[in-house]
Design a protein around this ligand. Structure first.
Ligand code: SAH
Ligand code: SF4
Length: 358
């Protein structure tokens, strides 16, 4: 049987397992500290932990399941990691540098079943969910990379915006959030973490009830059902009249600002008409809304183009004039395929070509 990643356990799970296996509770504190504070890469390096516990850990878990296959660093400091999973699948993780800190974008699934028409991840259907350990390991690999550089840098922010729909892998995503947020571990503040969803309504309600203080982003991309269904087929199952009440519920329960993501696609959803419709859709919650206008990253074989600068500006101004908080996302790492799914799809293309040529 393949051993699972130790990073998949929350502190509580680790403690319960060690105690059930006959070890003292404080061993859990020691192991947790070695994993997340001292950040060793093998159980045998946990110096003050007794031999029996180390053996138990080695018999049941591993510290590393991801294999780094490509690391690309961009001129602006963005680093893109491509990891191979134990089953041969690839995932990607991106480290971005901002004035406010270092943010990591994590992947939650191999592929994605939501199949949005503009997205590189959606072309390849979901192969499987990532385990909580595989999601945490992405952060740990990036942090180990920073540790090795010796500049005392820490991952301070996380965006769950890589490949996959986090709410389609809800429990593992939630365990991931608990693990990275743990005060005695990485201690990445809930307010520094953002989870992005395409709008799985029942899970938005569930997430609202967790009261986590984690930020929520909704990939809206269109202000009316016809257009939204055209570009995101998930809108058929969860149309705006179901989605917006779920957002209202989240706002009521959490009183935290929500981000609406809106990719601007040339001549599709970027007219002043849609900007005005968006104003109408959000006007009753504008004090708790922020619209993130995203310049589209063209994906091969997709029918869309990036909106023209003057249209992006007009859209932005229309929202602002009507009291909607908004901004245009600044691109990171455009010289290294840092956009969602791009490096992975290139790697898969390469593998396919190899097969054809073999
Ligand atoms: N599945 C989740 C999270 C991953 S996608 C979601 O859809 O929200 C993260 C963000 O990247 C989403 O807002 C998505 O719409 C956006 N995105 C996907 N493909 C893109 C592209 N080609 N250019 C710009 N943004 C893209
Ligand atoms: Fe999946 Fe998000 Fe891409 Fe849509 S945008 S296909 S939900 S990863």
């Amino acid at each position: 049987m393949q051993k699972e990643s130790i990073y998949g356990l929350t502190y509580e799970q680790l403690k319960d397992w060690l105690v059930e296996s006959g070890q003292k509770r404080f061993r859990a504190d020691q192991v947790w500290d070695w994993l997340y504070r001292k950040r060793v890469k093998s159980f045998s390096d946990m110096k003050n932990v007794n031999k029996e516990t180390i053996q138990l850990l080695e018999d049941n878990y591993v510290v590393q399941t991801l294999k780094e296959t490509i690391k690309q660093e961009s001129k602006d400091g963005t680093i893109k990691f491509l990891f191979e999973l134990e089953d041969g699948n690839y995932i990607e993780t991106v480290l971005m540098r901002f004035d406010y800190g270092l943010s990591v974008c994590v992947t939650t699934q191999v592929g994605c079943n939501i199949g949005c028409s503009f997205c590189a991840s959606g072309i390849l259907r979901k192969n499987r969910d990532l385990s909580s350990g595989e999601i945490v390991e992405q952060i740990m690999n990036v942090q180990h990379h920073l540790d090795e550089r010796g500049d005392q840098e820490r991952v301070s922010h996380i965006v769950v915006m890589g490949i996959g729909e986090p709410f389609d892998n809800y429990n593992n995503t939630l365990d991931f959030l608990r693990i990275v947020n743990d005060q005695n571990g990485l201690s990445i503040g809930a307010r520094h973490i953002t989870v992005s969803t395409s709008g799985l309504v029942d899970k938005i309600y569930q997430f609202a009830d967790e009261n986590l203080q984690v930020n929520l982003a909704l990939s809206l991309h269109a202000p009316n059902n016809d257009l939204r269904t055209q570009i995101m087929k998930i809108n058929k199952a969860f149309p705006l009249e179901k989605l917006m009440p779920a957002i209202d519920y989240y706002l009521e329960k959490n009183n935290r600002r929500i981000t609406f993501e809106y990719i601007l696609l040339d001549d599709v959803n970027d007219h002043v008409e849609e900007a005005n419709q968006l104003v109408d859709l959000l006007k009753d919650k504008r004090h708790l809304s922020y619209v993130n206008l995203i310049p589209y990253n063209p994906v091969a074989d997709h029918p869309y183009e990036r909106s023209r600068k003057k249209n992006i500006l007009k859209f932005y101004e229309t929202l602002l004039e009507n009291g909607i908080n908004c901004g245009v996302r600044v691109e990171q790492g455009s010289d290294i395929d840092a956009a969602c799914g791009q490096l992975r799809s290139k790697q898969i293309e390469k593998a396919k070509r190899k097969k054809v040529n073999a």
